[in-house]
Design a protein around this ligand. Sequence first.
Ligand SMILES: [Fe+2]
Length: 546
Amino acid sequence: MTRSEDQGPAITPRTRAKARHILDHYYIGPSRDASVLEIWGYTERMTYAPGELLALRVSTTAREWDLEIGRDGATYEVMHRESGLKGVHQRTPKDCSVTGCGWEVTYEFRIPDDWREGGYLVTLRAEQDGDRVEEHHLFLLRRAPEKPAAPFVLICATGTWLAYNCWGGSNHYEGITGPEGKSFSPVVSTQRPWSRGFCKLPAGAPRAVPDTPHKPGDMVRYPYMEWAYSYGYSKKYASAGWASYERHFARWAEAEGYEFDFATQHDLEADPDLLKDYQCAVFVGHDEYWSANMRHAVDSFTEGGGRVARFAGNFLWQTRIEDQGRTQVCYKYTADLDPLVASDREHLVTSAWEVFPANWPGARTFGVNGLKGVYAGLGRCVGQGSGGFTVYRPDHWAFEGAQLGYGDQLGAGARVFGYEVDGLDYRMDDGLPFPTGLDGADLGVQILALGLATNIEPDHEIWGETLYIGNSDAVFKAESMFGVCTDETLDRSSRGNGAVIYWQRGLGEVFTASTCEWVMGLVRQDRQVEQITRNVLNRFGNCQPL
Ligand SMILES: [Fe+2]
């Protein structure tokens, strides 16, 4: 049989390396050229309290710059403006992604006592010789200590923000480190600006899950990476950051009247008792990187009667937070290079949670596992899925009033399922899924809804296409879970799922939506996703120990 012109194997990014390509590593960072108008800034910490001094470290090639600080709540509210600030162009080390920028403080501001808790956007603007530039930073403001605690605390996924922040060249995915200057960095610093698109995005910026399922016959597309490349945003803007995830939840929750306090995973690391003042801890979006200390904080909270609502997905890697929170370590696929290997702290090696030497499945904290889930709605990985979950237990309290029946699709219209999801090993009995417990999940976990995910991107041999995910994640999973990659272990490592679960854990409760894109159900006003979110918050924000 002769091939027609539009057939032939898809090619790999490596074979395309000589042409610039949206899948290549590119990054946002300083131009290091005084003739290029730019402005960047960061703060030493991610969270502040009213009354504290906010110390901005700004570097700009402009003679003067303007500052705006605004509360990014249900509506954006300008809180502070200053213009004509003197510009200072600061030296940025080449390895700033790893070691930090080391910039001097150029602006200090005492946060007024009456500022409300929330996410605060810091806008830096400069204009010179007809050019204009604007970049953003963000900090979380805690509730003033004299105010009574809110029922809820939103714990921002700063471990994942950091892992994807490409500012300066390197993150936990790609980079300019290593002997050849083109490796990812297992060590990243908080002491640098957030990449463009992490703090603020145009309303129409594409999501990682496209708006419609893939149409057979069309070429695979990655609208978010195409958009990022076209407009100079971070290649990873749709993967992490306030603007893509937490912001959407915070705005929705505030508009609905829920009272929230704000903190980060890094705050949990620094203060393991942080959750004790709250009824319910909420996690949102893409939530992939956690330290052991952060997990212990959540576990002791739920054991003691706390409620956890995790409208998030992709619980995968163990990290270590070092240097008083300024550095995050995650060796990931190269965990054998982690200096703690063969030490008396080997359990803290930064591998995937479910495999040696961490051996602490995520399911023991959140009821689901990262390696049992993964891609859905990303390129050809379940690219023709419905975009929602199949409902199995419509009578569960979490679904009350959502008008869902057995077999219905939940959230498909809003495309909530993806782009990475968490799942668990399950068996079917009389048309209902039950956890097998083989992956560390408690047998008391109730599976309310399920969708399918994959670790292998199918290659339909469409000429001109480029594989993105390929099978590398499945190879990693096969090697780390089965010790060797064979056809059989690769096959067993290819399939996953995303599961909405409820679990009574200790004296507390856990609800996990297991998907990064749950927030899109709120943004796009999917009434069923909104109703379930309300059900969970209403129960968890106002209840007694079980
Ligand atoms: Fe991820």
